[in-house]
Design a protein around this ligand. Structure first.
Ligand code: SF4
Length: 376
């Protein structure tokens, strides 16, 4: 890995904090020994330091610090979709908070109130909660993701959590796990009994957006090389074009990414591809402009949606989606499900020619895709 590579963004971390009651856990010891960084103990239920007092201004400094602690709340929660847009019915596995990368549009900047990265080391509780849900409701099919409040693999070199999760899900009849990342950290995924039940997913964008607006993320080449490696290990893959951003030369940018994607990755290994145009809550815009004064992404015309998020005007969204969807149409496998994240039936019909309800709804489409039973 070259000096300028952020294939593994965990190298940005330079300090660890450990909640006192976690210090003697074998898992904590494992992480500390892999990280080989200085650490400080924090009283139970305490916080590492006062960086949170100037939250947002201290976010960059906080992203260098990893706090290993107990999760006293729930690890496993349903997707917080909205009533007004078609939702994918995803189950969220909350393994920690925040991430060492720094995307200009990252919603966590507005959601979190502490700048550190948090990782929960009491994983026995996590697996107990999974057991309780999966085994109690054995007729239901669960699509589980860990990328809601963090990136699924960004600190996996230190935590090795992916190995436990993939082996666990490999034994479940009624669940798949999606590990979603902008890193190239896939070293822990070799030699596991994944049984086709883990989907490794990358967020992709036009190369200039990846470079300028996704700070400390892996390059397109690094993400695709990692994805190719996972395909060789027999994993199913997914790709998320989210947020799609209207920027100068966006057509060329998205064309390049999509062409490179299909040069590198066997189309049959892709179970789903999501499309979602940039959207944000008003407070995120203020934070984004303050933290990234050079970024232009918030200086466009937006309209407020039914969920109070700003979005591009509908004709602009349709223009972006139609162009990108047309690039996919000829290249994707029959079994790949392309879907919109948080869009209305009208947008589906205008761009794809059908509403999700005609195919049983998005959750059912994705369930079928996960089982390789989807036909476009
Ligand atoms: S990689 Fe994901 S979690 Fe990390 S900063 Fe970017 S959007 Fe946020």
């Amino acid at each position: 890995m070259g000096e300028n590579s952020w294939k593994d963004p965990s190298i940005f971390i330079d300090k660890i904090y450990v909640e006192e009651s976690c210090i003697d856990l074998p898992y904590t010891r494992e992480i500390l020994s892999r990280a080989n960084l200085p650490y400080t103990l924090v009283p139970d239920r305490g916080k590492p330091n006062d960086l949170d007092k100037d939250y947002v201004n201290n976010l960059t400094a906080g992203k260098r610090q990893l706090f290993l602690c107990n999760n006293r709340g729930h690890f496993f929660k349903p997707c917080p979709g909205t009533r007004d847009y078609q939702c994918c019915d995803y189950q969220v596995l909350n393994t920690g908070m925040n991430c060492p990368m720094d995307c200009v549009y990252c919603i966590l900047q507005a959601y979190l109130n502490a700048p550190w990265l948090t990782f929960y080391v009491n994983y026995q509780k996590l697996f107990k909660e999974l057991d309780d849900s999966l085994h109690t409701d054995s007729r239901r099919f669960f699509r589980i993701g860990t990328g809601e409040f963090t990136d699924s693999l960004a600190i996996d070199r230190l935590t090795g959590l992916s190995r436990m999760l993939v082996n666990y899900i490999g034994k479940q009849e009624n669940a798949v796990l999606e590990l979603k990342t902008k890193s190239g950290v896939v070293g822990n995924l070799a030699g596991l009994e994944h049984n086709g039940r883990t989907i490794v997913a990358w967020s992709l964008n036009s190369p200039i957006i990846m470079k300028k607006e996704e700070i400390r993320s892996a390059t397109l080449d690094e993400r695709l090389a990692a994805a190719r490696y996972c395909a060789k290990l027999g994993y199913k893959l997914a790709f998320h074009f989210d947020p799609i951003i209207d920027h100068p030369c966006w057509k060329e940018g998205y064309t390049e990414t999509i062409e490179r994607l299909f040069q590198e990755i066997p189309a049959e290994s892709i179970v789903w591809i999501s499309l979602g145009a940039l959207r944000f809550i008003p407070s995120l815009k203020e934070i984004g402009i303050q933290r990234f004064p050079h970024s232009r992404i918030y200086y466009q015309e937006f309209i407020e949606g039914l969920d109070n998020k700003a979005r591009y005007f509908r004709p602009n969204r349709v223009k972006l989606y139609t162009f990108i969807y047309d690039l996919f149409r000829t290249k994707i496998s029959e079994k790949t499900c392309v879907y919109f994240c948080m869009e209305s039936d009208e947008i589906w019909e205008e761009v794809m020619g059908f509403a999700p309800g005609e195919k049983g709804g998005i959750p059912s489409m994705l369930d079928k895709a996960a089982k390789m039973e989807y036909l476009k």
